[in-house]
Design a protein. Structure first.
Length: 453
């Protein structure tokens, strides 16, 4: 058993949430006697306690956009939810850092729009695509998008989940052990070696964090100039991503730019302060024998439009990189068999996958962050129905149907546009043509977005 420390104002909440796993509480200053009928204690600054097992109704693995959105909704509905984030906050992530206009509805329901705007988020009204001295502008409509760094946004969402009533943990490395039954209506798992139980699980921990006993892929790192590490996955990733912040970039506030080049594209947007986020995706093979910094210099040399933006720019952050970027498989619900003797077997039966854990939209659409927030809401709704008595399998099927209904159309359109973006000889003649057809530009914007409700 492991020892932890809790302050007295958290004690009653802890006793109730873990009333079936509590075995002993003791302190050098006072003692506590506990039973299912009463609790007797004296005031003190803190207490050491021992716990055999923690429990919650819904466990959410991953404290990013999807995880925090799901935790906030469940907590507001009175569900006992625990949110586990393996890393620390704040931190930089590989992300375009652009929230498309429909994300405002989700952020409003979470209650963080004012906090995000106060933190320096930029309104974005225009998207511009550039390729070999050609460009086309896309008006994002009546509602504006938002540009804000994940370094700033993630802590806001994490605190919102805590304020809503979720138990939220940083540095909480989760390992799934086994399902409680063949129906997938309960889970046992470990968090930093401590046993936990949950009736339902939402997996929102990113692309390579499949529900395994031992995650095998290194996904994201701040590489400080080194190339992304080679993935250990069975199917090698085709694409990887890079991201850094720069100052002095010649880019107006309120515009997100996408610069197309052979094998990839680079998005630019002004975030809070004087920082501009540069996030690019490229063929994995191009980065295997070079560093991010060297690749960036090569990219600027080959792209005059992009180079013009960075004539007086200074990099503010180390390069972050991510591998294992695939657009081929979507899995909103885990379907693997329960664990057997192999600790590597998935036990995903009944697990609801949200955000990048479920599927990854092509970044050129700029809709990934909005999709992640909305998927968290959908997963929370289905998990809440399960807590009210809906069968776990039915809840999973309901979530999968809702996920596919909401996201499949834009995923298909993005997949059709993606090859065009990777081939400058195809994209360049299309951009002037798009300038002549504003109705088509509006249709493309609508087709790669969700509703604003």
């Amino acid at each position: 058993m492991k020892e932890f420390k809790i302050h007295h104002f958290e004690l009653l909440h802890f006793l109730w949430r873990n009333r079936f796993g509590l075995s002993e509480l003791a302190s050098s200053h006072w003692k506590i006697s506990y039973s299912t009928k009463n609790v007797t204690f004296c005031a003190a600054r803190g207490v050491h306690f021992r716990v055999n097992q923690f429990s919650c109704e819904v466990a959410i693995v991953g404290g990013g956009l999807s995880g925090c959105a799901a935790a906030s909704e469940l907590a507001r509905a009175g569900v006992d939810v625990a949110l586990f984030e393996a890393g620390q906050l704040p931190r930089h992530r590989v992300c375009g850092e652009f929230l498309s206009p429909e994300s405002r509805a989700t952020l409003s329901r979470i209650g963080v729009v004012d906090d995000i705007e106060a933190a320096g988020a930029r309104d974005v009204k225009l998207a511009r695509f550039c390729c070999q001295n050609q460009s086309a502008d896309f008006d994002l409509g009546d509602a504006s998008g938002l540009a804000i760094s994940r370094f700033t946004l993630d802590p806001i969402l994490f605190e919102a989940a805590k304020n809503a009533g979720a138990r939220a943990f940083l540095g909480a490395k989760t390992r799934f052990l086994q399902t409680e039954s063949e129906k997938g209506d309960g889970f046992r798992f470990e968090v930093n070696g401590q046993s936990w139980r949950a009736r339902a699980v939402i997996l929102a921990a990113g692309r390579a964090q499949s529900p395994r006993a031992e995650p095998t892929n290194r996904v994201e790192s701040t590489n400080n100039g080194r190339a992304p590490q080679k993935m250990e996955a069975k199917n090698k990733a085709r694409f990887c991503g890079l991201k850094a912040h720069f100052s002095g970039v010649d880019l107006g506030v309120g515009t997100v730019e996408m610069h197309l080049f052979r094998g990839g594209y680079c998005g630019l947007v002004r975030v809070e302060g004087e920082a501009t986020n540069a996030c690019l995706m490229t063929d994995y093979a191009r980065l295997q024998k070079t560093s991010p910094a060297a690749f960036w210099d090569e990219l600027l040399a080959q792209n005059p439009q992009l180079r013009a933006r960075f004539t007086s720019a200074t990099r503010l952050t180390p390069w972050c990189s991510t591998g294992n970027v695939s657009f081929e498989k979507f899995r909103p619900v885990g379907t693997s068999k329960p664990q057997n003797k192999s600790t590597q077997d998935e036990i995903a039966r009944g697990i609801l996958c949200a955000g990048d854990a479920a599927g990854y939209i092509h970044p050129l659409t700029g809709d990934g962050m909005a999709m992640a927030l909305r998927a968290g809401e959908l997963a929370a709704t289905c998990a809440r129905l399960q807590m009210r008595g809906l069968d776990a399998g039915e809840a999973a099927r309901l979530y999968q149907a809702a996920w596919e209904r909401e996201f499949t159309p834009r995923l298909k359109l993005a997949a059709q546009l993606h090859p065009l973006a990777l081939r400058p000889e195809w994209a360049r003649p299309v951009l002037p043509w798009l300038r002549c057809f504003p109705a088509l530009r509006r249709a493309l914007v609508r087709g790669t977005r969700g509703s604003e409700n």
